[in-house]
Design a protein around this ligand. Structure first.
Ligand code: AMP
Ligand code: MG
Length: 386
């Protein structure tokens, strides 16, 4: 159990922020226009005990107890997973249903972490790295699906998103501790192992074969989005359609809260405009992710390097930037967010516009200022749109 905390909050409804991967804390942003509210309902003793037993943070908010849905209460649960905070908000008529569904959704996240983690030596992903180059290895349907999706996004982005980036990630993780940039020969050695076309999937046998020994897969740019989708689907299958899952920078939302047009999601961009989010979107039945370096970066010799790597050069991205993608599911937004961070801006805009239901909002450093690039179809209300 990672932590025990129990809260009842009745002050401000919290807005999820789409924020970069791996940032600790789920980045709640308080809307300046929010009014303070009183707690009007409390979780039952059973829900409290369940939450404590689970080590979940349960926040019960008064929600909108309007005439339209008087029986629904708003619940919030959070738990650390995959190196970040996972958060669930949902509406339910009773405490036990809410707590049971949240418990099941977090259990699903734990299962997925055990499959996809590159930090746990006993994860399925790490077994694949050890054995997948000897012979085709049968894998779970989750790992197969996420790899198939990864390869599709790699193809679409011509390798800007690349799930075989593991050896380069390892090299750049070392930079964090040594403070020394990788040499040309280290980069060349790692890059030689980075090519998504060297993953062979067999859809009939559900096996994965890695064509080069030493290949290392990294699901850091897609796994949390996949987990958010799976968790939302699970909540919905239990009848809780008015739900939102926030997995670090990946957000998947279902039907809107009672009496509202959508879930409020504040855009997380680099510190443009003094730290306030540039805009807040109202979203439902959709996903949104931000990939960027506003929290995840390192500085070497006065230069700022992102945790996202350009697989074509082996080099970590430089300078501050954010890329926010909207699409029908968070697996897609997570992976595309990373892909469009790497691609040149105009290529990214074209790719987004070529895909149905996909839109992107990018912020890039330009000299001492910032430039925003927005694709067709991005929800209105954010600065920089035409
Ligand atoms: P995200 O925050 O979703 O952009 O994911 C960043 C994480 O994905 C990094 O911490 C790496 O583990 C991994 N990664 C870095 N660069 C790439 C890339 N070009 N393609 C796929 N995964 C990457
Ligand atoms: Mg990503």
């Amino acid at each position: 159990m990672l932590f025990f905390r129990f809260l009842i909050r009745g002050l401000h409804p919290r807005l999820p922020t789409v924020r970069p991967f791996g940032a600790t804390g789920c980045g709640a942003v308080f809307s300046r226009s929010n009014q303070a509210m009183r707690v009007t309902s409390y979780p039952s003793r059973r829900t409290m005990l369940l939450s404590l037993a689970l080590g979940l943070t349960l926040v019960l908010l008064p929600g909108d107890l309007s005439a339209r849905a008087p029986q629904l209460k708003r619940y919030e649960f959070s738990l650390p997973r995959m190196g970040t905070i996972f958060r669930i908000e949902l509406y339910s008529s009773d405490d036990a249903t809410a707590a049971k569904a949240a418990e099941a959704a977090f259990a699903r996240a734990e299962e997925l972490e055990q499959i996809m983690s590159d930090y746990r030596q006993d994860s399925e992903l790490m077994s694949l790295a050890r054995q997948g180059a000897s012979a085709p290895l049968p894998v779970s349907s989750e790992l197969y699906d996420v790899l198939a999706k990864s390869i599709r996004i790699s193809e679409l982005s011509r390798g800007a998103f690349n799930v075989t980036v593991g050896p380069l990630v390892e090299l750049w993780r070392k930079v964090r501790t040594t403070g020394r940039l990788p040499s040309a020969s280290e980069l060349a050695k790692a890059k030689a192992l980075v090519d998504y076309r060297n993953i062979e999937l067999d859809g009939t046998r559900r096996t994965v074969y890695l064509k080069r020994p030493g290949m290392k897969l990294d699901l850091g740019a897609i796994g949390k989005g996949y987990a958010a989708d799976q968790m939302l689907a699970l909540l919905q299958s239990q009848g809780l359609r008015q739900a939102m899952v926030v997995a670090g920078g990946e957000v998947a939302v279902g039907a809107p809260p009672p009496g509202e047009a959508g879930w409020k999601v504040a855009l997380d961009t680099p510190n443009v405009g003094g730290g306030n989010p540039p805009c807040t979107l109202l979203l439902h039945d959709i996903a949104i992710s931000t990939s960027g370096d506003s929290k995840q970066f390192m500085e070497v010799n006065g230069k700022r390097y992102s945790h996202v790597i350009d697989p074509s050069t082996g080099w970590a991205l430089e300078g501050m930037a954010s890329t926010t993608v909207i699409a029908k599911d968070a697996t897609t937004t997570d992976a595309l967010g990373t892909a469009l961070s790497v691609l040149p801006v105009q290529d990214g805009i074209h790719l987004a516009q070529s895909l149905p239901g996909v839109a992107v909002y990018m912020v890039r450093q330009a000299g001492n200022g910032w430039k925003r690039y927005v694709s067709r179809g991005f929800p209105k209300g954010c600065p920089g749109q035409q």
